[in-house]
Design a protein around this ligand. Structure first.
Ligand SMILES: NC(=O)c1ccc[n+]([C@@H]2O[C@H](COP(=O)([O-])OP(=O)(O)OC[C@H]3O[C@@H](n4cnc5c(N)ncnc54)[C@H](O)[C@@H]3O)[C@@H](O)[C@H]2O)c1
Length: 275
C-alpha cells in the first residue's frame, strides 16, 4: 500500500500531487471546479480578471489567486514564468457577449446585425484564451510527459444559436481545437490529454441578464427549462464532477473526446417523430 493510501485510508483523493490551473475561477462553473479539485487534493491556481471575487474564492477554498485575462499573451507569459510546471489546465473563462453593463440595449449577436467589434470581443476571450491556455499547458506539461487539458465548450458549440452567433461559433472552434491539441500531443508521444465539456443550462451568473430580477423571474426560469428533458437547470458542481474525472488518472485513455452535460437536451430533437 502506498504512503498516500495509508494516510487517507480507503478515500484516496483523486488529484493528489497534481497542480491545476483554472481560468475564470472566481465564480460559477470555474469556482465549482476549483473547489472540487481542492477537495480531491490538488494544488489549485485560481485565475480570473475579477481580482476581488477571485481572491475571496481562492481564500475560501485554499487556492492561490492570480489575475489572468485569458486573451492577454502577456498575462499568460507571466503565469508561465511563475508556474513552469503543470498537471491540469481548465480553460473555463468564457463570455457570451451579453454580459454588460450596456448603455441602453444589449448588442445584437445575430448573423445579420452583429458588429465586427462585438464578434471579435467574444472570440478574443473564448478562442484566443483557449489557444493561449493550451499552448502554455503543453509546454508546462511536456517535461513530465503527461497532463490533462479540459476545455469548457458548450451545447452551443454543437448546434447553431441564431441570436448568439459569435458565442456558438467560438464554442465550436473550442471543440475542434481540443481535438487538434489531443492529436498533436499524442503524435508527439506525450500523454497530455485534451478533452472538451459541453454544458447547457447550468445555473450561474451567466443567466442573470436573461432571468432578470422582476416578478416574472420564476416564470422565465420555468420557460427556459421547458425544452430540457430533465426539466431543471444543472448545477455547477455537476460540471465540476466531470472535470475531476477528466483531470484524474481514471481518464488516462480519454483524449479528443467531447462530453455533454445538458439534462438530455442534445439527446434528441424537439421535432423528433412520435413525440
Ligand atoms: N452556465 C451555463 O449554462 C453554461 C453553458 C454552457 C457553457 N458554459 C461555459 O462555462 C464557462 C463558465 O461559465 P459560467 O456559467 O460559470 O459563467 P460566469 O459568467 O458565472 O463566470 C465566468 C467567469 O469568467 C471570468 N472571465 C470573464 N472574462 C474573462 C477573461 N477575459 N479572463 C479571465 N476570466 C474571465 C468572469 O470574471 C467569471 O468569474 C464559460 O466558458 C461558459 O461559456 C456555461
Amino acid at each position: 500500500m502506498s504512503i498516500e493510501c495509508k494516510l487517507y485510508g480507503a478515500f484516496m483523493p483523486r488529484l493528489l500531487n497534481k497542480t491545476a490551473l483554472v481560468t475564470g475561477g472566481a465564480r460559477g462553473i470555474g469556482a465549482a471546479i476549483a473547489r472540487a479539485f481542492r477537495d480531491e487534493g490538488a494544488d489549485v491556481i485560481l485565475t480570473d480578471i475579477d481580482s476581488a471575487t477571485g481572491h475571496a474564492t481562492a481564500d475560501e477554498i485554499g487556492a492561490t489567486f492570480v489575475r489572468l485575462h485569458v486573451a492577454s499573451e502577456t498575462d499568460w507569459d507571466a503565469v508561465a514564468e511563475r508556474f513552469p510546471a503543470l498537471d491540469v489546465l481548465v480553460n473555463n473563462a468564457g463570455i457570451t457577449g451579453f454580459e454588460g453593463p450596456f448603455d441602453g440595449t444589449p448588442p445584437a449577436h445575430d448573423p445579420e446585425n452583429a458588429s465586427l467589434a462585438d464578434w471579435r470581443a467574444v472570440h478574443a476571450v473564448n478562442n484566443d484564451g483557449t489557444f493561449l491556455g493550451c499552448r502554455y499547458a503543453i509546454r508546462a506539461m511536456r517535461p513530465r510527459g503527461a497532463g490533462s487539458i479540459i476545455n469548457i465548450s458548450s451545447r452551443s458549440g454543437l448546434v447553431g444559436i441564431p441570436m448568439a452567433a459569435a458565442y456558438a461559433a467560438s464554442k465550436a472552434a473550442i471543440r475542434n481545437h481540443t481535438k487538434s491539441v489531443a492529436l498533436y500531443c499524442a503524435g508527439q508521444g506525450l500523454a497530455i490529454r485534451c478533452n472538451s465539456i459541453h454544458p447547457a443550462a447550468i445555473m450561474t451568473s451567466m443567466w442573470e441578464p436573461m432571468l432578470g430580477n422582476g416578478p416574472d423571474r420564476a416564470e422565465r426560469e420555468e420557460a427556459m427549462v421547458a425544452g430540457t428533458p430533465m426539466q431543471r437547470f444543472g448545477e455547477a458542481a455537476e460540471v465540476a464532477a466531470l472535470a475531476v474525472m477528466l483531470a484524474s488518472d481514471e481518464a488516462a485513455y480519454m483524449t479528443g473526446a467531447e462530453l455533454t452535460i445538458d439534462g438530455g437536451i442534445l439527446a434528441g430533437s424537439a421535432a423528433s417523430p412520435g413525440g
